[in-house]
Design a binder for this molecule. Structure first.
Ligand code: NAP
Length: 265
């Protein structure tokens, strides 16, 4: 049933002929994921809100010879999500092999200070968008007959890192959504996994790590003693999408330099 790991050595480690949608690909981790998947041979569509930054990334990928397209989309908008999947469906003839739900953001406050608007914004951007995009993409993923969803959560979904309780709650929910979809959609040949980054150098990470005290507390807890690079996350995301990972589903794997396991850091 479905995809297996029994192909030739080269086809097990290649995404040639596959189609992918990566949300939030103009910067940071999403940008590295688009590039990694394209390097392995996939044709990729991505999206972001800022058109100029998106076009800048698209031009760089074109120069490198990668097959990447993009569209402006705010994944917090239900209508934008429907338009995004309609575009992907028409571009990829109704079939999608890979969906990476990467978009996520944060507001750092104490729990007693969060407003109703903060709550709706973070739940919508980090959780509802990924849930709804997965629902909308389901027929396309099923039609491909060998599909893979990767959610991007965070160490904050597993342990408390004092960067905001709503963020942590959305990421914990993504971990559980991963397990549910892995079981529910296995019959449709869709594997579902989750990658949880630790502290990674990106524009979003920079907003947290610009505070030297916060930076030091993260680094001292990280066993490898440094921040991670976006490319150290994208390599695992790509692996999970490969035919070589055909028996892996329902897992959340942390790329965190040993942050979570380092209880005495
Ligand atoms: N960096 C870290 O240390 C870290 C750690 C753990 C988990 N993560 C997770 O990793 C994922 C990526 O984070 P990052 O650090 O790479 O973030 P980032 O540097 O802020 O980049 C986010 C990307 O998503 C796009 N984006 C943001 N909101 C969007 C929206 N509403 N609709 C469409 N696109 C949107 C951004 O472009 P526009 O702004 O133009 O829309 C950008 O391309 C997130 O889920 C985050 O929670 C990051």
């Amino acid at each position: 049933m479905g995809e297996t790991n029994s192909g030739s050595k080269s086809s097990r480690w290649c995404l040639q002929g596959m189609t992918a949608l990566v949300t939030g690909g103009s910067k940071g981790i999403g940008n590295a994921i688009v590039e990694e998947l394209a390097q392995l041979g996939a044709t990729v569509h991505t999206c972001a809100r800022n058109e100029a930054e998106l076009n800048d990334s698209l031009n760089q990928w074109t120069t490198k010879g990668y097959r990447v397209t993009g569209s402006v989309c705010d994944v917090a908008s239900r209508v934008n999500r429907q338009e995004l999947i309609a575009r992907v469906s028409s571009q990829f003839n109704g079939k999608l092999n890979i969906l990476v739900n990467n978009v996520g953001t944060n507001i750092k406050k104490q729990t007693v200070d969060f407003t109703e608007e903060d709550f709706s914004f973070l739940i919508n951007t980090n959780l509802e968008s990924a849930y709804h995009i997965s629902q909308l993409a389901h027929p396309l993923l099923k039609a491909s007959e060998a599909a893979s969803i990767v959610f991007i959560s965070s160490v904050a979904g597993e342990v408390s890192v004092n960067i905001g309780s709503i963020y942590g709650a959305t990421k914990g929910a993504i971990n559980q959504l991963t397990r549910n979809l892995a079981c529910e959609w296995a019959k449709d040949n869709i594997r579902t996994n989750c990658v949880g980054p630790g502290p990674i150098k990106t524009p979003l990470g920079d907003t947290v790590f610009k505070d030297a005290k916060v930076l030091n507390s993260f680094i001292s807890r990280t066993a490898l003693g440094r921040l991670g690079e976006a490319e150290e996350v994208s390599s695992l995301v790509a692996f999970l999408c490969l035919p070589a990972a055909s028996y892996i589903t329902g897992q959340t794997i942390y790329v965190d330099g040993g942050f979570i396991v380092n209880a005495l850091g």
